[in-house]
Design a protein around this ligand. Structure first.
Ligand code: ZN
Length: 344
């Protein structure tokens, strides 16, 4: 089955519309090319349970002022569930927890990642930065500085909320009226939670499975994962097993059916990128040359440059870890040379 978008009219920014399984679909603004994030209100035991929160910024605050006064939230919020620690998902969590008196629940690895992300340089230590320079030939201190990640993160996340009970793999979430089950994924973000309502064949996929863009998979200092691409590919293979009728509710874009088809497209996309790196390293290449080869057509500055380096390194690391690329270090420079093609 191919990917099929559901013919549902997306809500206006800040509005809630009812969809499957008595969920309310809410859209909140996100700056840049993303434009929006989808968040979800599900029936709780007394009021509603919110899944993801929006980014902490004035127009999201304004949207929440309107939502707080709307009918779906007449009974308040019982809990806030966060799929992962990225600012568009987690940014308003502390603020909404205070406003609604609701506990914030996320997985333990996601919580740890949120704490690291609040630290300077994304939690990277001087030793970690030095190791990356040595091992990968990339100066992440400079990349972080140009991305101004510290200033940006300081304002678009409303702080760390008081931790609620951690969401565990396989847990049926007690705050939700219906038996939603959590699955935990890695690769895009540590401990990314997807929520499954098997009886209605609905999954809230967060950023783990998106219909029209590929989620960033990055290797950079301060990250807990050592091989995020392998983690992400493993997660895609799991999501490819969802029944064909499953309605996927992604954090960005339109709800769809065809999880397996979309997961296979994304798997193919990463395999193609891996092949591109091997094809481009018959002669030894630096990491910077490979970033240019993969992302050369796009203008890269600040944040996008950091993501492009992270994504390229995730693919280099995957190949190097499996013997597909050889690391050649000489004169303070690191170059990569293809040595085996049967690792993809
Ligand atoms: Zn994300």
């Amino acid at each position: 089955m191919s990917l099929q978008y559901l013919p549902w009219e997306p809500p206006a920014i800040g509005a809630a519309v009812p969809i499957a399984a008595e969920l309310q679909w809410v859209r909140l603004p996100v700056p840049g090319s993303l434009g929006h994030i989808n968040v979800w209100l599900a029936p709780g035991r007394r009021g509603r349970v919110l899944i993801d929160t929006g980014m902490h910024q004035p127009d999201t605050e304004a949207a929440w002022d309107a939502l707080a006064a709307s009918a779906p939230l007449a009974g308040g919020l019982d809990a806030i569930l966060v799929t992962h620690h990225h600012p568009d998902h987690f940014g308003m969590a502390a603020r909404l927890a205070r406003r609604f008196g609701a506990p914030v629940r996320m997985s333990e690895p996601a919580r740890a990642a949120a704490e690291r992300a609040q630290a300077p340089l994304g939690g990277a230590t001087p030793q970690g930065l030095a190791d990356y320079r040595e091992r990968w030939g990339v100066d992440f201190e400079e990349l972080f500085a140009k991305a101004e990640a510290r200033e940006v993160l300081g304002s678009i996340v409303s702080g760390l909320p008081v931790p609620g009970p951690a969401i565990r793999e396989g847990e049926v979430i007690a705050e939700l009226r219906d038996p939603w089950r959590a699955s935990m994924h890695f690769g895009h973000a540590d401990g990314h939670v997807c929520l499954h309502l098997d009886q209605a064949a609905v999954v809230i996929s967060g950023d783990q499975l998106l219909p029209s863009i590929s989620s960033n998979v990055s290797l950079y200092p301060g990250l807990a994962a050592e091989d995020p691409l392998a983690d992400y590919l493993a997660s895609l293979r799991l999501l490819a097993q969802l029944p064909a009728e499953t309605v996927v509710l992604p954090a960005h874009g339109q709800p769809f059916r065809g999880a397996a088809a979309r997961a296979r497209q994304l798997l193919d996309g990463h395999a193609q990128r891996l092949r591109q790196i091997l094809a481009g390293t018959g002669e030894p290449r630096t990491t910077a040359e490979l970033v240019a080869a993969l992302f050369g057509g796009r203008r890269l500055d600040g944040w996008n440059r950091l993501l492009a380096y992270g994504e390229t390194l995730a693919h280099i690391g995957y190949l190097h870890g499996r013997g597909g690329l050889e690391r050649l270090a000489a004169g303070g420079e690191v170059r990569w040379r293809a040595c085996r093609a049967d690792v993809i």
